[in-house]
Design a protein around this ligand. Structure first.
Ligand code: FE2
Length: 373
């Protein structure tokens, strides 16, 4: 008798007008007791759908969340950002609180929390775009409107390899009215998002939307990331669409960064291959880029030019019709392919609105799969 998994996979039904072709719900999985076959079904679903959602997982322990995350890369053991040195200057510093008994799992969210998983009397702060965007929304517009805070890959991009997947669990979700997310660029684009939604865009779609000439460029170009990128970028500010920084020369000079070890600087392919489907993703962390290495050996090191090239290639992929803003419900566990999507925080909360999420990702055991060319 063949042993079968009871897990089923259901494509997410996106609203009318959406052209999002990714996202699926996985049903019937017992995450604390996954057989090899069950995990194989989940892994395939993840790589075929980029983002998968499992409902009613509120009883899942931080340990089980870590173990699930680790199954995608069994050799990996440590958090995706490691123990970031000089963390106080990093733009990531205010957003994460580490669970003492499971240090690969971070608590993120908003508001005062008396006790959660061994963390006592903590105050969480939902990242607000006004701390990162060059030209934020006005105070008057801020409660009803929002921005993409920062489109990104979860990755240290210095020394450590980019985690394969991130798991994100919604523990406590304040439900309020949806927000109008404004791009505030020349497009007049806007999209309605649930407050505090995590927005996803498929980097496979972004690649597919390129011209043949740009696809060729993307397959043959490598991206060099700044050393200690989150410290390097800390004085700089973002475009209003959250997709990379404006070029005002504010990045820290190397002399003001922690010591730089040359072999830790990341020069990565511009396209990353899906290990299951073979599709290529245009996978670039737009805020952390510093140089482009072209096929003919040319290095583009003019930061403004580097950013213009990458923004022109990535912007079509975050158009409203291609963005999947998750409508979080308590107990939701999302797993996303961190080598195939960009994601962004959205929204804002009042100081007293309590929101608790748990995030886990692990520095990968090896670099991303590049294109075959
Ligand atoms: Fe993230």
């Amino acid at each position: 008798m063949a042993i079968q998994s009871e897990i089923t996979v259901h494509k997410i039904a996106h609203p009318k007008g959406s052209k999002v072709d990714f996202g699926a719900e996985i049903r019937g999985a017992d995450l604390e007791n996954l057989s090899e076959l069950d995990f194989a079904v989940i892994r395939r679903a993840l790589y075929e759908n980029s983002v998968v959602l499992l409902k009613n997982q509120q009883t899942l322990s931080p340990r089980a969340q870590f173990e699930l995350t680790q199954r995608f890369d069994p050799v990996s053991t440590s958090y995706g950002h490691g123990k970031t040195i000089d963390a106080k200057r990093s733009v990531l510093h205010p957003d994460l609180k580490t669970i003492p008994h499971q240090p690969q799992v971070q608590v993120i969210g908003n508001g005062p929390v008396a006790e959660y998983e061994g963390l006592k009397n903590i105050t969480l702060k939902h990242p607000h775009h006004k701390t990162f965007h060059a030209d934020p929304l006005s105070e008057a517009d801020d409660r009803d409107n929002t921005r993409f805070y920062r489109w990104h890959i979860d990755a240290a991009l210095y020394g450590l390899h980019a985690p394969r997947v991130t798991t994100l669990m919604a523990v406590k979700v304040p439900k309020t009215e949806p927000l109008n997310l404004r791009y505030d660029d020349e497009s007049n684009d806007e999209i309605s998002v649930p407050r505090g939604s995590t927005a996803f865009a498929s980097s496979y779609k972004t690649y597919d939307l390129l011209s043949e000439e740009d696809k060729q460029f993307a397959r043959t170009t490598k991206v060099q990331y700044a050393p200690h990128p989150y410290i390097w970028m800390s004085p700089a500010r973002s475009r209003s669409d959250g997709l990379g920084l404006v070029s005002e020369g504010k990045e820290l000079p190397y002399s003001e960064l922690p010591p730089i070890e040359k072999d830790k600087v990341k020069i990565l392919p511009m396209t990353w291959k899906n290990p299951v489907t073979g599709q290529l993703a245009l996978q670039v962390h737009p805020s952390a880029i510093e140089k482009l290495h072209l096929a003919d050996g040319t290095v583009i090191d003019d930061l403004k030019e580097v950013r213009e090239i990458v923004h022109r290639m990535q912007r079509p992929g975050i158009a409203p019709e291609f963005v999947y803003p998750i409508d979080w419900e308590e107990g939701d566990l999302a797993i996303f392919n961190n080598h195939g999507v960009l994601h962004s925080v959205t929204g804002s909360f009042l100081p007293e609105e309590v929101r608790i999420f748990r995030q886990c990702n692990l520095a990968a055991s090896e670099g991303p799969l590049g294109p075959d060319n």
